[in-house]
Design a binder for this molecule. Structure first.
Ligand code: SAH
Length: 276
């Protein structure tokens, strides 16, 4: 499969109950190994997988099935997830990977088995980079489509005064709540709520982060702009570089003035400020 799609396919396998995933190859053509319990109903699983991939716009992927004797895949799988350095001071790490404390270093701890957002995906990394740049101490922040909670937690650790994390997916909401606890932030500035923008009540934000597929994001741009405080910034990702011009047009139409573009591995992140 295209390497850029690995995390989407992984999320799909995870939803179908995979007990472990291993990304084998590097380079543009990737292979993902997903482990399931031996008692799984294989035709149902394969049907669910193809349907999930189709819904995610990933089309048909070739799937090989084999039975493996239980081995220490957990150790191998854990080896795959190490700490990821996103910016000179910001890291995302799994709970078992120790990081030496360094002055000013901020590490977000995420359990990789959780919902989308382990820090490995370019669009997540771009959002973290933009978050670090745009977040002012004490700012109020909305993380729309929080997934594992990675952006919301990073915002809190970077000094936000208030963070609202929303996701329409109940599994993601549970994961984000677990992540908040894992990072020792329970009872703190982060609130996780199931739902979309309507669940933000009447709140307005200095910063809105939304790393969601562009087809989902486009119709939400006007509502996102309306949630920004004056001089607020929307950090938008989940977009491919090829979509940049069209997406900038959509932002302008939604009264969001597009600013700089960040790019990694074919993915982009656009920051927009509220127009007059
Ligand atoms: N913020 C994380 C996860 C992004 S994945 C990161 O940057 O890595 C996108 C998430 O958006 C998914 O968890 C999905 O359930 C959620 N989502 C999709 N449409 C949404 C909507 N309209 N409102 C809120 N969340 C949405």
């Amino acid at each position: 499969m295209p390497a850029a799609r690995v995390e989407d396919v992984a999320a799909c396998c995870h939803e179908l109950g995979s007990c472990g995933l291993q990304h084998r190859d590097q380079g543009p053509d990737a292979r993902l190994e997903a482990y399931f319990d031996a008692a799984v109903d294989l035709p149902v699983l394969l049907g669910g997988l193809q349907e999930g991939l189709r819904c995610a716009g990933l089309g048909h992927l070739s799937v090989d099935v084999s039975q493996v004797v239980e081995e220490d895949w957990e150790a191998g799988w854990r080896r795959h997830f190490g700490p990821v350095q996103v910016t000179p001071r910001l890291w995302v790490r799994p709970p078992w990977a120790a990081l030496d404390p360094a002055p000013g270093r901020i590490a977000v701890t995420i359990e990789p088995r959780m919902a989308f957002g382990t820090g490995g995906h370019e669009s997540t990394q771009l959002c973290l980079q933009a978050l670090e740049k745009h977040l002012r101490p004490g700012a109020s922040c909305l993380d729309l489509g929080t997934g594992s909670g990675v952006l919301a937690i990073a915002a809190a650790l970077l000094g936000a005064g208030r963070v609202l994390a929303l996701d329409v997916d109940a599994v993601a909401v549970a994961s984000a709540r677990d992540s908040v606890r894992l990072n020792g932030l329970e009872g703190g500035v982060v609130t996780v709520r199931e739902g979309s923008l309507a669940q933000a009540g009447a709140e307005h934000f200095d910063l809105v982060l939304a790393n969601i597929h562009s087809q989902v994001l486009r119709p939400l741009l006007g509502a996102i702009a309306a949630r920004l405080r004056p001089a607020g910034v929307a950090v938008l990702s989940g977009l491919l570089a090829a979509e940049e011009a069209a997406f900038r047009g959509c932002m302008e139409a939604a009264a969001l003035r597009p600013g700089e573009t960040l790019e990694r591995g074919g993915w982009i992140c656009l920051a927009g400020t509220r127009g007059a």
